[in-house]
Ligand binder design. Structure first.
Ligand SMILES: [Zn+2]
Length: 321
């Protein structure tokens, strides 16, 4: 009853996530608002007909909360008003969204191409609590407290993603990959039933993040070429954690900046190749994808050659050509 009263008198038809904490009068209401960043980590929306799910504030795609991912200019960039429901953003034939002008918007549009349109669904939206990607039967104070309590204060991977001189679009894509938020088929299959979950490149294994970027035959071959150019003997990355550990470890073979630059260009090119196969049915061999990586790395170094950390990198990148 209290919840219904709050919905009617406090929220007045708006999303709980959209209201300004500072403008709330009551102490209890302010305390509830303070818990929103914690709660949003665990609450997921399964879209049915999209009539109750908030397009911008509910977590209804694997990418996360869209207003956080696309920022305050997102509603204008996509042409979807801030208080729209998911149903408001589509018609019976497709999505009513403007062309993507940022990597984040492009990732969203790629994801939307792969899910059924809410307008053709007859079931209502539903909301579930999730801890570590596992949906709970109901709210579990114990599991959520365990998850919050174990939270690490400092993220050791930050420098691998947002290092000085990183290319913003590549760093953003790696950030999404690290959080495992990219719409790989394995992740989509959790949200949408009866969808293909095999790898878009090899068509054999489950398309998880670790498989697509590290373990697929195509990726393994590509990494061997990249590692050779960085001066390393051949080896393979078995997990994302091992890959990130390697990317953060100083050694005498190759500077961290060049390693991170090449790694981000490799992930970016792998995703590009995967999307090109999925959406355009065009496949390139490993050698062509490697040429793209080579070009991306060269261009990045040339554009930053006046920076101290980049001054020596072209020589190192060409050393094992
Ligand atoms: Zn594969």
């Amino acid at each position: 009853m209290w919840a219904s009263w709050c919905k009617e008198h406090r929220l007045k038809g708006l999303s709980l996530w959209s209201l300004d904490e500072k403008k709330q009068g009551s102490w209890i209401w302010k305390s509830i608002f303070k818990l929103r960043p914690t709660a949003e980590r665990f609450l997921r929306c399964h879209v049915g007909n999209g009539r109750t799910a908030s397009f911008w504030y509910d977590q209804w795609t694997p990418l996360g909360i869209l207003i956080t991912i696309l920022g305050p200019l997102g509603p204008r960039a996509l042409g979807v008003p801030l208080h729209s429901t998911v149903a408001d953003a589509c018609t019976s034939v497709g999505w009513k969204i403007r062309h993507a002008r940022s990597p984040a918007a492009e990732t969203l549009q790629l994801h939307l191409c792969t899910v059924p349109l809410p307008s053709i669904s007859t079931v209502s939206d539903s909301f579930v609590w999730e801890v570590d990607n596992v949906a709970l039967e109901g709210f579990s104070t114990k599991l959520i407290w365990e998850s919050i309590r174990n939270r690490r204060e400092r993220q050791s991977w930050t420098e691998n993603v947002w290092f000085k001189g990183a290319i913003p679009s590549q760093a953003f894509m790696m950030w999404m990959t690290h959080l495992d938020r990219l719409p790989t088929r394995a992740r989509i299959a959790i949200w949408a039933v009866n969808t293909l979950d095999s790898c878009c490149i090899c068509n054999v294994y489950l398309e998880s993040r670790d498989h697509l970027f590290l373990r697929c035959e195509f990726s393994e071959h590509l990494w061997l070429l990249v590692l050779h150019r960085l001066g390393y003997n051949p080896f393979q990355f078995h997990t994302w954690t091992a890959f990130m550990d390697w990317l953060g470890l100083k050694d005498n073979v190759c500077p961290l900046t060049l390693r991170r630059l090449a790694a981000q260009a490799t992930l970016y090119s792998l995703l590009w190749e995967r999307n090109n196969r999925l959406h355009n049915s065009i496949s390139s061999p490993v050698s062509i994808t490697f040429k793209k990586i080579d070009r991306l790395v060269r261009n990045s170094i040339i554009a930053r050659k006046s920076r101290k950390k980049f001054s020596n990198l072209m020589r190192l990148w060409l050393k094992y050509e």
